[in-house]
Design a protein around this ligand. Structure first.
Ligand code: CTP
Length: 397
């Protein structure tokens, strides 16, 4: 609940501004008071009238409105809230914030405020991936701003990728957690993700096709509920979500070390596709072609990180979740895997090529617990992540 909480909501100029109207409604349903500020570009997407009608509050639009300034100065406006939320946060607004511009009401408020700020970025995927935006994001995070999203998905401009603004309820959850009211606030959760790379020599390695999409979505969903997330990732295609502590590793052995160093944790989610074997003695120098002779690689077994953590006598997280990627007898194999490894839950999925799940955007999972098997319908990896995060929040309550 957000009763009595005051949110200063800055609405930037992006197509996602229409979702912000729903966000206002959701916030008010939960008892929050919303003071809206509409940028000039934002007013091209939603009207001041619809914003103020939903907020039940006058909408502020212009820095140089003297009548308004006499009623409530912009400095006071910037400090009269418990949280400032920027949704959608466009690339331009993020750039202004990162560089300290103050040339309109929204950017001036953001410069003048002494209350915490949460941004919900929304933009075209290439704008999000652009080094300038990523630099600005890093700056904003180091300045202590909180970020929710963006989510991957189809975009209004017809492209696909990260850039969609988080859904209103995800933003509500992020607001609750920013105000110290998320269901996972105060919980430390470890998430492993992506493939591992096992070196053959300094230039060659053995890897697998994991994109890291499911692990990143889980970390994002857990952080959205207020968890303090440590994200241990191999070299994945999908970038890590904002707002989590990222530990980058390459090999399975490094992943185990990073995980053990990050303990204690309340829960650990092992979504990484860890290589089962490494080359027993990787060459320190590049293996040269030797006419007619083929190199012979000898393998050694990698540590099983999930099993190692599940079977720890000390500092075992109270909830350990593994994944099982199977191509046949999915539930039977995954149930056996749960018992063999000693984890609490297994998220099992069918990765046979016909499903298109490996490397795709959707997933169909069975959640295997001590109580039995739950079959989840096929849904986006993001939706799987959110449902799992809700289950984890309920289990850790
Ligand atoms: N896992 C791990 N460390 C490993 C191998 C796997 O932590 N060295 C974790 C994965 O992150 C995943 C789970 O174990 O959560 C299942 O991995 P999987 O490779 O499917 O299981 P295996 O034990 O390798 O069984 P099999 O290859 O027979 O399917």
């Amino acid at each position: 609940m957000l009763s009595g909480k005051r949110i200063l909501l800055i609405i930037g100029g992006g197509i996602a501004a229409y979702k912000t109207l729903d966000l206002i409604r959701r916030l008010r349903e939960r008892g929050a008071a919303v003071t809206p500020v509409l940028t000039r570009a934002g007013a091209e997407f939603v009207t001041p009238l619809s914003v103020s009608a939903l907020a039940g509050h006058k909408v502020h639009t212009d820095l140089f409105d003297l009548t308004e300034e006499a009623e409530m100065g912009h400095i006071q406006l910037s400090r009269s809230a418990d949280l400032v939320v920027v949704a959608p946060a466009t690339a331009d607004l993020m750039a202004k914030m990162a560089h300290g511009h103050a040339n309109d009401l929204a950017s001036t408020l953001l410069m003048a405020t002494d209350t915490p700020v949460l941004i919900a970025p929304a933009m075209n995927v290439r704008m999000w991936d652009h080094p300038a935006t990523q630099r600005n994001l890093a700056q904003l995070l180091s300045d202590g701003l909180r970020v929710v999203g963006p989510n991957p998905g189809d975009m209004a401009c017809g492209e696909y990728g990260p850039g969609r603004m988080s859904e209103p309820l995800e933003i509500v959850a992020a607001i609750e957690s920013a105000l110290g009211q998320g269901p996972l606030t105060g919980k430390h959760i470890l998430v492993t993700s992506g493939p591992t790379h096992e070196p053959i020599d300094p230039v060659r390695y053995i890897a697998n096709r994991s994109s890291g999409a499911q692990g990143a979505a889980i970390a994002r969903a857990l952080a959205g509920l207020g968890a303090d997330v440590t994200f241990v990732t191999g070299p994945a295609d999908v970038p890590p979500p904002a707002g989590v502590k990222v530990l980058r590793i390459e090999t399975a052995q490094q992943m185990l070390q990073a995980v053990e160093d990050a303990l204690p944790a309340d829960a650990a989610i092992f979504a990484a596709a860890v290589a089962d074997w490494r080359v027993a003695s990787a060459s320190g120098s590049k293996i040269k072609k030797d006419a007619g002779r083929l190199p012979v690689l000898e393998f050694a077994e990698n540590p099983d990180i999930l099993a190692t953590v599940s079977q720890r006598k000390t500092l075992r997280p109270s909830l350990v979740v593994g994944f099982a990627a199977e191509t046949d007898d999915v539930v039977a194999h995954a149930t056996a895997k749960r018992a063999r490894k000693g984890c609490d839950w297994i998220m099992a999925n069918d990765v046979s090529p016909a499903t298109g799940i490996m490397g795709g955007t959707e997933n169909a999972v069975h959640l295997i617990t001590a109580e039995g098997v739950e079959d989840w319908p096929r849904m986006s990896k993001q939706a799987v992540a959110e449902r799992l995060a809700d289950r984890i929040a309920a289990a850790l309550r």
